[in-house]
Design a protein around this ligand. Structure first.
Ligand code: AMP
Length: 282
């Protein structure tokens, strides 16, 4: 596995690789890798071309300085995991490589309503930061395929819109959320959870499973009320529990008695913010 830090070096390597005519499949990450990330690497491998993974903790997507400061960094063990899981190139850029002209947002892309709901509402500027870094990484890696996790459901919707609005011509492939045994979605942030909150955090998954049952007899607004109550009585602080259309991400009204519904949740477990989602009606 190649370890590349400079975009110039990445560019020379990719120009040579292009001669093979094979695809480049790209998995962007912020490191502190776990089985969720490795599932994306394995999916990238199935395409039979070059598997490139980037590790870059992107400052522009953190709306709170302390969240960025405490984000776990474990580069050497990440490299070992990537090597063992069939990654071909790991790209470890410095901030200057990603933002040579500063971090000001100047992409001709607007996430529009996606920036005003759920994660967009509670983390102002987050999705512009995500769009900015993914756009820059795509410019440097020039992949045919971009592989992302459904764990970050709204992020996928933003990147799908960016690829379409800017006509980037890249295939977006999504992978299912990988969970711990008790249902908690794997996340780099889980390792920051205090033990007592780690135990309680499974309620996020349980609330979505129960919501799916409740929707068989209750209205969406009633199912939301119960889910929020369930999360709160387990000792977490829910920020939102929304039921949305999986494509538009618009809220489901009580009158919509048919069609797919995605539950999207954000909750604080102590001072760690967790997000998750699940399809609760098919
Ligand atoms: P991150 O390092 O958190 O920026 O995540 C990098 C990629 O891994 C994103 O596309 C995430 O959606 C994906 N990812 C994170 N956690 C999981 C998980 N538990 N299952 C599947 N994909 C995940």
């Amino acid at each position: 596995m190649l370890i590349i830090k400079e975009s110039r070096e990445l560019n020379s390597f990719l120009s040579l690789f292009e001669l093979t005519g094979l695809k480049v499949s790209f998995v962007p990450t912020m490191g502190a890798l776990h089985q969720g990330h490795l599932a994306l690497i394995r999916r990238a491998n199935q395409s039979g071309g070059l598997v490139v993974c980037s590790i870059f903790v992107n400052p522009t997507q953190f709306n709170k300085a302390e969240d960025l400061e405490k984000y776990p960094v474990q580069t050497q063990s990440d490299i070992d995991l990537l090597k063992a899981n069939g990654c071909d190139v790991v790209f470890l850029p410095e901030k200057e490589e990603i933002y040579p002209n500063g971090t000001e947002y100047n992409l001709p892309f607007d996430p529009e309503h996606l920036d005003e709901i759920m994660e967009g509402k509670f983390r102002p500027g987050h999705f512009k930061g995500v769009a900015q870094v993914v756009h820059r990484l795509l410019e440097l890696v020039q992949p045919q395929e971009l592989i992302m996790g459904e764990k970050d459901f709204q992020q996928v919707a933003v990147i799908r819109k960016m690829i379409s609005d800017l006509e980037l011509g890249i295939e977006l492939i999504t992978c299912r959320t990988v969970r711990e045994k008790d249902g908690l979605a794997m996340s780099s942030r889980n390792q920051l959870l205090e033990a007592r909150y780690r135990e309680k955090a499974k309620v996020i998954y349980q609330s979505m499973v129960e919501c799916s049952q409740n929707l068989k007899s209750l209205k969406p607004s009633e199912a939301i009320y119960l889910a929020l109550e369930q999360i709160e009585s387990a000792g977490l602080k829910p920020e939102y529990f929304e039921l949305v259309d999986p494509l538009s991400l618009l809220s489901i009204s009580d009158e919509q008695i048919k069609g797919p519904i995605q539950a999207c949740v954000a909750a604080w477990a102590g001072d760690i913010r967790l997000i998750d989602n699940m399809q609760v009606r098919h």
